[in-house]
Design a protein around this ligand. Structure first.
Ligand code: HDE
Length: 681
């Protein structure tokens, strides 16, 4: 693998440099700096005698090991991160005074952590779940965290229900099953008893919940936030990340198999792409609503179970983020990073979304447990790149050595410093929203329509997407043991769409409903991932090939794939080098034992003049699975006959050697990603 090119150095990278340690080539010491003469044998009373308590070296090493784990995140435990940069397209000064958005071309270092939500730290990655998409911008005015998901809406409307929701979706407490899966009774019991979940459940049952890659999914800030400009004027804003590679998904059967074949599938993809210099990119989109338009829509802007249809509230692209550097140490950076939606900069403020309001409490609270005290902001990955000064002191693991005798305000010793500064000098000041009302525990009437947008989502799907949603419901509800849960779900989702509910009911042993349904006809084409960007760039092809292959032609085809940015791996029966018909060599990346068809976006079958029975059997398996998963398959030379044996040579997305310009046709088929019009059943 080639090493990534030298990337732009930035202020965060420079700051981290002072903490990086390279121990290679050094003498071994204890943590006190004492060089040790021996590290393999503990100190004993005689060669065969008991270990002595005075063995400080053994004790230090073992104690450190014993304390190596910290609590995993209560949600989003399984995550992976990378460094990068955000560049602003144009000044947004008219909307926000946030400096990182107020200057054309301004670059801000970022750190982004992607995650699944429900699974434990060691769980598989291609599970059906939302994905976290958390970005820390290290701005000159302090850290700004955009802590989002890859779905624009959330399951519940009020933060007080979050512990209930998470308890319902996590493994059931009496037997700790199932891991990282929503396909079980307690989640669906929660769903039918909390019908505000309807819209997000539609997204969870859709292809969005099984992304092909972290690099190929969107991100959403979910809540309405506020932009505040220098005049103090406020606008509501929603944030979205749009991948420049488009939004792409796995198919469910493939996702489940990948969970076993490569539980690290998504992180490997991100890591490898960055190492290879295929830096993933997202554009940041904002949707803006003027304060005076707050009540203009058929949904409440403060309700996190609702999205803002792009067709009604247009999205403006305001900058681009590029991830260009992997971490040096996963624990120090990815595990210890502490995100918080309350980390804001002047020009960004909160709305009264009751889900957001609760999050503003929860994130610091959870870091106190996870990172063992209030000094987690001093960890290298969490430090802002601008200086920070206040009278906070002490606590576990304190790093700063605060000089002087004063740690309080007000003090004549220090002339009352560190002192607050005015807004004009960059001081954060909360937006002075006018508030009135009674203290109540209640839900606003305007939050009570749980189904219209769920139906809009369904209406916006293509046929294949609808089929996948029905299959996902059938899988998930089919795993529920209690018939009343399955019945309750059918009753609930009849409110979304009658035909959909009928189709699911048939699959799960519930009497299909005959009445009900939705009158909503609204459609938002932006919601279908069929309308996304499609390109062959960075797709991964498995090349099935054996000794004696026609090197003159095949190597040219492989070269063409590379030129188009398509990645490929050479797969054969045995590791080593394969020799072509005119002596050219090709290194085998994987054998049939170490890889699998589900790990590729496309298959290119070449074979060789004299393949073994095992090779032919494996090739048939690769082609068969890729076919069932609607993937492009190309075949030339000896590979052509495998297509014919399988009887699939004239199906969509199958490119045989009869194509005049095979490479171009194959690349086009790869760019189309999935060929849904194929006859698979
Ligand atoms: Fe989170 N969430 N969340 N969440 N969330 C956490 O914070 C919480 C919600 C999201 O990579 C926790 O540091 C509450 C919505 C991401 O480190 C915790 C509520 C969205 C991450 C927490 C929500 C998110 C978290 C667990 C409902 C999308 C991972 C560990 C009121 C907009 C960040 C931690 C990372 C993590 C609480 C709902 C996104 C417990 C109370 C909505 C991406 O504080």
């Amino acid at each position: 693998m080639t090493k990534q090119p030298e990337v732009n150095k930035n202020s965060k990278d420079e700051q981290l440099e002072q903490y990086r340690v390279d121990d290679s080539g050094k003498s071994l010491t204890t943590n006190q700096g004492l060089k040790m003469a021996e590290d393999e044998f503990s100190l004993k009373a005689g060669e065969r005698g008991p270990t002595l308590l005075e063995d400080f070296h053994f004790r230090e090493k073992m104690t450190h090991f014993d304390h190596e784990r910290i609590p995993e995140r209560v949600v989003h435990a399984r995550g992976y991160a990378a460094h990068g940069v955000f560049e602003t397209y144009d000044s947004l000064e008219h909307l926000t005074k946030a400096k990182f958005l107020s200057e054309k071309g301004k670059k801000t270092p970022v750190f982004v952590r992607f995650s699944t939500v429900a699974g434990s730290k060691g769980s598989a990655e291609t599970v059906r779940d939302l994905r976290g998409f958390a970005t820390k911008f290290y701005t000159e005015e302090g850290n700004y965290d955009l802590v989002g998901n890859n779905v624009p809406v959330f399951f519940i409307q009020d933060a007080i229900k979050f512990p209930d929701f998470v308890h319902a979706v996590k493994p059931e407490p009496h037997n700790e099953m199932p891991q990282a899966a929503s396909a079980h009774d307690t989640l669906w019991d929660f769903v039918i008893n909390n019908q505000e979940t309807a819209h997000t459940m539609m997204w969870l049952m859709s292809d969005r919940a099984i992304p092909r890659s972290f690099r190929m999914m969107d991100g959403f800030g979910v809540h309405a936030f506020r932009f505040i400009n220098a005049e103090g004027k406020s606008h509501f804003v929603k944030f979205s990340w749009k991948s420049t590679l488009g939004t792409h998904s796995l198919v469910w059967d493939e996702a489940q198999k990948i969970s076993g074949k490569d539980p690290d599938f998504n992180r490997r993809d991100l890591y490898d792409s960055i190492e290879q210099g295929d830096f993933p990119e997202w554009e940041l989109g904002v949707q803006i609503v003027a304060e005076e338009d707050e009540y203009k829509f058929d949904f409440d802007l403060l309700d996190a179970t609702k999205l803002w249809p792009q067709e009604e509230i247009p999205m403006q692209m305001v900058g681009k983020m590029t991830l260009n550097r992997n971490v040096d140490n996963v624990f120090a950076e990815t595990e210890q990073v502490a995100f918080h939606p309350g980390h804001v900069v002047p020009g960004i403020d909160f709305s009264n979304d009751p889900l957001l309001q609760g999050r503003l409490f929860s994130y610091t609270d959870t870091q106190l447990l996870r990172l063992n005290g209030p000094n987690f902001h001093e960890l290298p990955i969490n430090r802002p790149v601008c200086p920070f000064h206040n009278n906070q002191r002490d606590g576990f693991g304190r790093q700063s050595i605060n000089k002087g005798r004063v740690a309080y305000q007000k003090s004549s010793f220090t002339n009352n410093t560190p002192a607050p500064v005015s807004e004009a000098e960059g001081g954060y000041s909360h937006y002075q929203e006018k508030m009135e009302g009674r203290k109540v525990r209640a839900r606003s009437e305007s939050f009570k329509d749980h189904f219209s947008q769920a139906t809009m989502f369904w209406n916006s799907m293509t046929e294949p997407e609808r089929k996948h949603i029905i299959e996902a419901f059938s899988f998930e509800l089919g795993k529920c043991q209690e018939i009343w849960i399955r019945e309750g779900a059918i009753e609930m989702f009849t409110n979304v769409n009658l035909e959909m509910a009928q189709a699911i009911a048939k699959n799960i042993g519930v009497t299909p409903p005959t009445t009900g349904g939705s009158a909503v006809t609204k459609v938002s084409p932006a919601l279908s991932i069929d309308n996304t960007i499609k390109s062959a760039a960075t797709r991964k092809v498995g090349v099935l090939i054996d000794t004696g292959f026609n090197d003159a032609e095949v190597l040219k085809i492989l070269e063409k794939l590379k030129t188009e940015g398509v990645q490929y791996e050479v797969v054969s029966e045995m590791q080593g080098k394969l020799e072509g018909s005119s002596g050219k060599k090709l290194e085998v990346d994987h054998t049939f034992t170490t890889t699998d068809p589900v790990l590729y976006d496309a298959i290119y079958a070449v074979g060789g003049p004299d393949v073994s029975k095992k090779f032919a059997k494996e090739a048939a398996r690769f082609i068969g699975e890729a076919f069932d998963h609607y993937k492009p398959i190309g075949a030339t030379h000896d590979g052509q006959k495998w297509l014919e044996t399988a009887g699939i040579e004239s199906q969509p997305g199958i490119i045989g050697s009869n194509h005049a310009d095979f490479a171009t046709a194959f690349i086009k088929a790869i760019a189309a990603h999935r060929h849904w019009d194929r006859q698979v059943e």
